[in-house]
Design a binder for this molecule. Sequence first.
Ligand SMILES: [Fe+2]
Length: 379
Amino acid sequence: MLRTAVNGLKSGDINAVSLYTHDGIELVKGKAEISTGIIDRLKRFNISFIYKKDNSINISMLYDRNIIAGLHKVLSCFIESNGNNAEILKRYNNEEVKEFLRVNNEFGTGIAYGHIMRFYAEKMAEMLGGRKNVIYDFVDYRRKDNYLIFHMINTCCMCMAAAANMGLDKETIIDAGIGTMLYDFKMKTMPFSYKNSALNKEESEKVKEHTVLGYEYLRSVYGIPSRSSAIAVQHHERHDGSGYPKNLSGNEILLLSRIAAVCDVYDSMTSERQHRAAYNPEDAWDYIRTNSGVIFDPEAAAAFLKTVPRFMPGDIVELACGKHAVVSENYPEKPENPDIILIEKTGENDIIVLKIEKKSEKVAAEGGFQIVRTTGKIR
Ligand SMILES: [Fe+2]
């Protein structure tokens, strides 16, 4: 499947991955045929790209889309009702979760959220299957006008995968998931952080409070593990002590918070925001690598760089020989050397596939197929 700009979609294209709104309502079904009505709907919802069916591009879909949609529903309910447990039980309608709560929630509704987050984190950990070589090369769609929920879920997906690649045990991976589902949610009380221009000094100081406020709130909701809640207060701490709120450094910052810090920055950089365009994945990846051992914990950065590859399937890249190619598949053991498909552009959105190359070192050396840089946005 291929990441495709909504502007480049044509009637008759087949959608490959189901799309949801921030609150988990299905916007376009997987396998749906694209019509002009669907294209209009995507534009109305401010969605800039989707994945369309394309057999030459392979993406690791680590997590089940139904689970991700369920997570969207729970988080939007949590944020809108300010963590009201009665509200989630009233509004939530997933039979599997209800059964889970019936078995696990002996003490009534007071601990519903902790259990529901755990339900989703356990499902996602099961999908990782105890493997140490998972790759997350799926750029989930994001909406700049509903950034927060998409941002936390994307960060959660990457953080759990990176934790798995570090060989951490299942309970730790689950706690990483529970923490990153919620860690930034107090940003909702900082509306000026989403304004169209840079923050002034007073606003920059104020926005830092989302870390402590988030932690205090999560600690008061029974069922959220302490190392999960700690991600809320520590995800802006930096390896060299330059972060906030406490200027912690090195191992003073808990391991899960160190991993979350890397994923948080990467996802924020690759998201389109009200005040700036998105960085391309390659630039964000290079930023993490450059700052490994500086502002990011080297162990966490290394796990991230192994989990999330430098180039995403569908990226158009320029090669050392001057030709262009589309990234077609990534491998965990070589996050900087994906397979590519040589292409020739014939128009704004049209390309001719020339040759599929397994980008082995030999082929790369002979053909000058080393990737120099990403040349453009998705087509
Ligand atoms: Fe934050």
